[in-house]
Write a protein that binds this ligand. Structure first.
Ligand code: HAM
Length: 444
């Protein structure tokens, strides 16, 4: 077969998939402390949801969406991010009108962008994010930024940078857009066609441009910080003061505008540069959105949120050696020497599994040397060898693969004997079952 992965996608298998799951579990532990509940929304939505929220003038909507017509000619789009779907769900399920505020939801799942694949950039990637909707106080913004910071600390990140900026409120941005138009008017002919279009639709988006000559022009452009209204400036100062109160370091970054149109007021990004100098791009980013819920037909609720890129977290943690050894290990291998012992071996194998002792058998009846090699590859601690004599005596030869010690164990004592060896060798399995967990009562 000659069919390969679509460009920009990747398979996540075995140990790597376990690592993704444990990253998600650790993040869930942190967000639950902040009162977040999970939400799952569809992977595809009506295209209009994204054009109206992420915005017509964003690169995501203009160039990066996987959009298709279904068989009834509805235009659908694979979600390029999850915030829009979460807001639609809040409005559609009337949470904005009935739930206690703030509504705090977290999610994890794939997102799709027709981006140019490179280090840390995929066309299907996983996000873990939170949305805090119905906020009324700058501390709720600071709390959400702190959550992102604390979550990365909990994963073991040490040197990350939190960049932060304010895009101001409506009046601030209207004035700023006018100033940008004035600035770009005479430079436009030297700029890329995309920027010429952005000039008409949303001059703020020109600041996102990645074309080197445009980046040089952008450096001289007016900065939003000079256009913040007194209200927006006060709000920004309060958020910064709350971060300082918690000793969360940040860098003010005038150039941080974020690529999605729904943002207003405070926006932020978490960046990380590895010791080897590799940069995987932003690890996560987010900000406030003050009109999204209302624009989708709901109550006028302000919100704030962010999302992490799980692939980027995984890469950083792998490089920094922060992930445990996630080799999917098993506890025991059952080794019948001949097919005559298969029935006896199979019964034992299934009994072990029922008692949550992760077990395997190849039933290949190869010489023990080969079966031990298989056990080693799978990280097993216990070998259970079964020959004719064992079946006759209703016993099993139990070998501790770490110490090489061997003993004969009567079938009735097998579970507790296996658990004892696993305990001795520091191999914890998930729970005990009938025989107790073998941990001397200190496992709760
Ligand atoms: P975003 O900055 O577009 O924000 O994406 C969030 C994170 O997703 C990025 O920081 C990055 O780690 C990861 N990411 C984005 N694109 C790719 C890609 N092509 N390959 C791998 N990882 C990627 C949002 O999506 C907003 N919805 C965040 C938010 C939530 N704002 C408010 N609430």
């Amino acid at each position: 077969m000659d069919i390969k992965l679509p460009k920009g996608t990747h398979d996540i298998i075995g140990a790597e998939a376990e690592a993704f799951e444990s990253i998600e579990t650790m993040l869930k532990n942190v967000v639950r402390n902040y009162g977040y509940l999970p939400i799952r929304t569809p992977i595809f939505e009506h295209t209009e949801l994204f054009t109206r929220s992420v915005g017509d003038s964003s690169d995501i909507v203009r160039k990066e969406m996987y959009t298709f017509d279904d068989k009834a000619q509805r235009s659908l789009t694979l979600r390029p991010e999850l915030t829009a779907g979460v807001m639609r769900a809040i409005v559609e399920n009337k949470l904005d009108a009935t739930a206690a505020l703030p509504i705090k939801l977290f999610y994890t799942g794939p997102a799709f962008r027709y981006d140019r694949p490179q280090l840390g950039r995929f066309r299907q990637f996983y996000q873990f994010g939170v949305e805090n909707v119905g906020i009324a106080h700058p501390y709720q913004v600071a709390e959400t930024i702190s959550l992102g910071y604390e979550a990365l600390r909990y994963l073991g990140f040490e040197s990350m940078t939190l960049k932060i900026n304010s895009l101001g409120d409506g009046p601030s941005r209207d004035q700023y857009k006018e100033a940008l138009k004035g600035f770009y008017k005479n430079q436009l002919s030297a700029m890329c066609p995309d920027c010429q279009a952005r000039y008409q639709t949303n001059p703020l988006r020109i600041l996102d441009c990645k074309v080197p000559t445009d980046i040089a022009i952008n450096e001289k452009a007016p900065k939003i910080s000079k256009f913040l209204s007194p209200n927006a400036q006060r709000h920004f100062n309060q958020v910064l003061a709350a971060l300082k109160l918690q000793k969360i370091p940040f860098e003010l970054d005038d150039n941080l505008v974020r690529g999605l149109d729904y943002y207003a007021d405070v926006v932020f990004e978490f960046n990380y540069k590895s010791p080897s100098g590799k940069s995987y791009g932003a690890i996560g980013g987010g900000g406030q959105y003050n009109h999204l819920v209302r624009e989708l037909g709901g109550q006028p609720l302000a919100g704030v949120g962010f999302a992490f890129g799980e692939e980027r977290i995984f890469s950083v943690m792998t490089e920094a050696g922060l992930l445990d050894d996630h080799l999917p290990h098993i506890d025991a291998v059952v080794m019948p020497l001949d097919e005559k012992q298969d029935e006896f071996a199979f019964t034992i194998l299934q009994n072990l599994r029922r008692e949550t002792i992760a077990s395997e058998s190849t039933f290949d009846h190869k010489p023990l040397k080969n079966q031990f090699k298989f056990a080693e590859k799978r990280g097993a601690i216990v070998a259970l060898i079964i020959g004719d004599q064992e079946v006759k005596d209703q016993q099993v030869t139990l070998k501790n693969l770490n110490t090489q010690e061997q003993q004969k164990v009567a079938i009735g004592d097998l579970l507790s004997a296996v658990e004892k060896v696993l305990e001795q060798e520091g191999h914890h399995h998930s729970s005990g079952g009938g025989d107790g967990c073998g941990c001397d009562g200190d496992c709760n």
